[in-house]
Design a protein. Structure first.
Length: 390
């Protein structure tokens, strides 16, 4: 009997977002023995001047993504396919939502027919995919509740909340990375809610020796405190990063990642080094050159219900970590220095540079060795291939 196929409506775009995100990593692992189609993000709303940042850039990169059509991006995973439907991310009225849903669904159905995907498991990470998914035949429906998307600043909160609640009620299974969010929605999900913690690719996130670290990083004087990942204004506390740069002038602040805001306020400081986006394959080599890894998150609803994958990647590299305070990080208080305010954050960086991490590099890495993505994918398959009772 043929194993079930999978379609994942992702919250990111494979062609320009960080490929470490959970939906990509889970689907890569599942594609080892299942046929998988990843549908790139259809967005939460149309980027608009005054409400969105870098509007033209975002529209152009989405159009370039759509132009990629359907591809197999990983040579060693012939069953892993990625497509970018052309969406009309206008969710303000019922008419435009129906039109967008029909447009996305028609494209996904055409590609599914071409690839021979029949009655698949459907996983939805972005709630705006719900209208497209609702009438699609499927083996089961999994809502990957990776974030509270209605708390995203650019979203139409009222509309997204309705879609989230519909998915919470209608899915066969809802998987969470935040136990706070899971318990807060238990009334809607009941026994269909499951905690599925993030994984990490421990083979990929293995520390590189100095001679294998990027030349541009090696030119940056130490000590280096660093961050890799998306520099988004709804996640990252840029005021805090600037304070680190100004309060620690003899320390190099290294930032590796795409930014959705102008970075001049940081790069004007001589000890700030922003490298922009680097391919996923190169990220561990940059992280290997950090003396301290930073998690400088804002205090907002989106962060409070999050569980950053980055933490396990830092730990897999054996890096001492300093983080702002939020619920999920408290499970790692024995391995991470957690700061309650900006002054405490800077002092925690100083202490870590002076004394090292709370555990040795070997112990930090060992603490996440059992958190592989393949293990997480096996848990997901066990759930998804056993339909529940919505």
């Amino acid at each position: 009997m043929r194993a079930p196929d999978y379609i994942c409506f992702a919250a990111q775009d494979w062609w320009y977002h960080n490929q470490a995100h959970s939906d990509f990593q889970l689907m890569r692992s599942i594609a080892a023995d299942r046929r998988v189609l990843v549908v790139n993000s259809i967005g939460l709303r149309m980027p608009t001047p005054g409400r969105s940042t870098q509007v033209v850039r975002r529209v152009l990169r989405k159009l370039r993504s759509v132009a990629m059509l359907v591809r197999r991006p990983l040579r060693d995973l012939p069953n892993f396919f990625v497509m970018s439907p052309l969406p009309l991310p206008l969710y303000g009225s019922a008419t435009t939502r129906r039109l967008n849903a029909w447009l996305v669904r028609t494209q996904v159905r055409a590609v599914s027919w071409m690839l021979g995907l029949r009655t698949p498991v459907i996983m939805v990470t972005l709630p705006t995919a719900w209208d497209a998914v609702r009438p699609m035949p499927r083996r089961s429906l999994v809502f990957n509740r990776s974030d509270q998307h209605s708390a995203f600043p650019e979203s139409d909160r009222r509309v997204i909340e309705v879609m989230e609640r519909d998915l919470l009620r209608s899915s066969d299974h809802v998987v969470y990375v935040s136990d706070v969010l899971m318990e807060g929605e238990r009334e809607l999900t009941g026994s269909r809610a499951h905690f599925l913690d993030h994984g990490v690719d421990t083979e990929h996130f293995r520390r590189r020796p100095v001679n294998r670290q990027p030349p541009d990083l090696r030119r940056v004087p130490g000590p280096r405190v660093g961050f890799f990942g998306s520099l988004d204004d709804y996640l990252v506390d840029f005021d805090l990063l600037e304070r680190v740069a100004t309060d620690l002038p003899d320390v190099s602040l290294v930032l590796v990642g795409d930014a959705n805001v102008p970075m001049g306020r940081l790069t004007r400081h001589p000890n700030v080094h922003w490298f922009g986006r680097r391919p996923y394959e190169e990220v561990p080599a940059y992280g290997s050159g950090f003396d301290v890894a930073l998690m400088p998150w804002l205090d907002n609803s989106f962060v409070r219900h999050s569980n950053p994958i980055k933490l396990k990647e830092y730990l897999s590299l054996g890096l001492p970590v300093v983080s702002t305070d939020f619920h999920q990080i408290r499970h790692y208080a024995d391995r991470v220095r957690i700061a309650a305010d900006p002054a405490g954050f800077v002092e925690a960086v100083r202490t870590t540079l002076r004394e090292g991490g709370l555990r040795s590099a070997e112990e930090l890495r060992a603490s996440v060795l059992d958190a592989s993505w393949s293990a997480r994918a096996a848990q997901l398959k066990a759930l998804a291939e056993t339909p529940g009772t919505p």
